[in-house]
Design a binder for this molecule. Structure first.
Ligand SMILES: C[S@@+](CC[C@H](N)C(=O)[O-])C[C@H]1O[C@@H](n2cnc3c(N)ncnc32)[C@H](O)[C@@H]1O
Length: 300
């Protein structure tokens, strides 16, 4: 398995005010550094954790993320860590907090951990390690939420990013932490077709979408006339966009929203008056761009 470059581990430890023993043990790809409790609380708040959620913490340290989620929100989940004594400590901490039935910890390599049941994934890992797991994260069910402490996922931009005070943080001089939030997007690239009453009569509407991570662009075409998708948003499996479509020779704003389920989208279209429903089927499937290619270079 690829390991994070040694200099990064040294850098993390050198700027650490944590005790020396922290660096002395084998912590796999990422050294052990605790997330301060205020940052844990913010991560769970940003992920909008509820009692219905199943959380997985990759590299769970002393278990604080999963234990807090279980205690504060009634959520369930597990954490994995390579360090046996941290796993023992986490299970003991969960028992002390009275949540051992909902927060469990295993001695396991995160790269060999099945993460497919996660509703929420929490991580505090080095950026290289994030990149190693990114394709597995993007393959999770659309709508899965992800929160990361300090480090991102390369070119995959977070949906939300904040910088906050992190008093007592054992690394860094400024006592600040970055928290980033993403939602795994549906794969919507390709062409979609449906019938809709646009100018008083049913017409075929074609949507042609390009996708780079969660960012979508494209056109909506009716009777050979194309309009740009405007204000396009893809949040997990929810898509919304507007288009200026021709009504009696004038451009009129139409607003679409819908839910993506594999090769279908169902939702509502609003113009003026009552909303109409729409159901589109995908007629051409393309791969979204989930790579580290430079902007402007489209992978097809
Ligand atoms: C920066 S600490 C984060 C601890 C905890 N999640 C927190 O935020 O307080 C990273 C943790 O990942 C663990 N770790 C590193 N590589 C790992 C791997 N390949 N599999 C499982 N755990 C790993 C380390 O032992 C360490 O406890």
């Amino acid at each position: 398995m690829m390991r994070a470059p040694f200099f990064r581990l040294i850098a993390l430890v050198l700027c650490s005010t944590a005790p020396a023993w922290v660096a002395a043990q084998d912590y796999g790809d990422t050294p052990y550094v605790q997330t301060p409790q205020v940052v844990v609380d913010k991560m769970l708040e940003m992920a909008k954790v509820t009692a219905k959620d199943y959380l997985i913490d990759l590299g769970s340290g002393d278990g604080r993320l999963i234990i807090t989620a279980a205690k504060k929100y009634g959520a369930r989940g597990f954490g994995v860590d390579l360090n046996k004594s941290l796993v023992t400590l986490s299970n003991r901490n969960a028992a002390k907090a009275g949540v051992a039935n909902r927060a469990v910890f295993y001695e396991r390599d995160l790269h060999e951990t099945d993460i497919t049941q996660a509703d929420v994934l929490t991580i505090y890992l080095l950026p290289e390690v994030n990149l190693m797991i990114r394709s597995r994260v993007l393959a999770l069910k659309p709508g899965t939420r992800l929160v990361s402490h300090d480090y991102g996922f390369g070119e995959w931009p977070p949906d939300v990013e904040i910088v906050m005070d992190a008093p007592g943080k054992p690394v860094g001089r400024d006592q600040k932490s970055k928290v980033m939030y993403w939602m795994v997007p549906s794969r919507v690239a390709g062409k979609w077709l449906w019938q809709q009453a646009i100018d008083g009569k049913p017409q075929f509407v074609e949507l042609n979408v390009d996708q780079v991570f969660q960012k979508i662009t494209g056109t909506v075409s009716v009777s050979g006339r194309s309009a740009k998708m405007e204000n396009a948003v893809l949040a997990g499996e929810h898509i919304s966009f507007a288009a200026m479509l021709d009504i009696g020779g004038k451009p009129v704003r139409h607003e679409f929203s819908g839910k993506v389920i594999n090769n279908a989208i169902t939702g509502e279209m609003r113009r003026s008056g009552a909303p109409q429903s729409w159901t589109a089927m995908r007629t051409e499937l393309r791969d979204p761009r989930f790579t580290d290619l430079k902007p402007g270079v489209m992978a097809r």
